[in-house]
Design a protein around this ligand. Structure first.
Ligand SMILES: C[S@@+](CC[C@H](N)C(=O)[O-])C[C@H]1O[C@@H](n2cnc3c(N)ncnc32)[C@H](O)[C@@H]1O
Length: 218
């Protein structure tokens, strides 16, 4: 097994509590490793006891700026060097717009907040455009898309999973033959890939050119 320094930080944690599904650590390290020891801006929605913010800071290194967002004002106490906590409701678009004006463009967004459908969709719609080309948006605990108490349910049109399936169409919109129903959008032009895992969706951003084919060979 390849070593995973993030998992090691989690396993050795003696500080503030961290609440994560263990299979997420491979996903995080696969998509986040290239940002380590760089001056990155990382925003995590969902602070809980502050342990994950401290873990991200250690993992990304001293040049990283970590922002935490939580609805619970107590989370402000978890600010420390390199870690800023902003209090607000991730479902509230007015708050989210103020938030992006405050923090600016981001390298990584992790949505580990309240996990209701509206929270996940509103946060995605307001924050995804602020992720830089080359950056990553990671939404976790997507199993709530199958749970009615979170606004989900199998094939429930308003679930985040169903919402994200429409993004798959937009990713491929270059090839649409029905431009009225599916045309190239800002999402198409700025998303290089979507990665589905158990309960997690990772979107990677970049400046995407219209696809071309070539044939080589004798
Ligand atoms: C699963 S915990 C976060 C765990 C933390 N990221 C960790 O790894 O230890 C979820 C957090 O989301 C916060 N939360 C719930 N609803 C929210 C909302 N509408 N806006 C912002 N934060 C919310 C809760 O207060 C709680 O601290």
């Amino acid at each position: 097994m390849e070593s995973n320094p993030l998992l090691e930080l989690f396993e050795k944690n003696q500080g503030r509590l961290i609440d994560k599904w263990t299979h997420y650590f491979d996903i995080y390290h696969r998509h986040f490793a290239r940002f380590r020891n760089k001056p990155v801006k990382v925003l995590e929605i969902g602070v809980f006891k502050g342990g994950s913010l401290a873990m991200w800071r250690k993992y990304f290194g001293p040049q990283a700026k970590i922002f935490g967002v939580d609805i619970d004002p107590v989370c402000k106490d978890f600010e420390e060097d390199g870690i800023k906590v902003i209090i607000g409701d991730q479902e509230d678009r007015t708050f989210l717009r103020k938030l992006v004006a405050q923090v600016g463009a981001l390298d990584i967004v992790i949505d580990d907040g309240g996990h209701t459908m509206k929270q996940q969709i509103n946060s995605f719609e307001e924050l995804y455009p602020k992720v830089k080309p080359g950056g990553v948006y990671l939404a976790e605990d997507l199993h709530t898309s199958y749970w009615s108490e979170y606004g989900g349910g199998l094939k429930e049109p308003d679930s985040f999973i169903e919402y994200s399936k429409n993004l798959v169409d937009q990713l491929n919109a270059w090839h649409s033959r029905d431009k009225e129903d599916l045309d190239v959008s800002m999402f198409t032009r700025t998303t290089t890939s979507m990665h589905y895992y158990n309960s997690v969706l990772v979107l990677e951003k970049g400046l995407v050119s219209p696809p071309t084919t070539r044939i080589t060979g004798g």
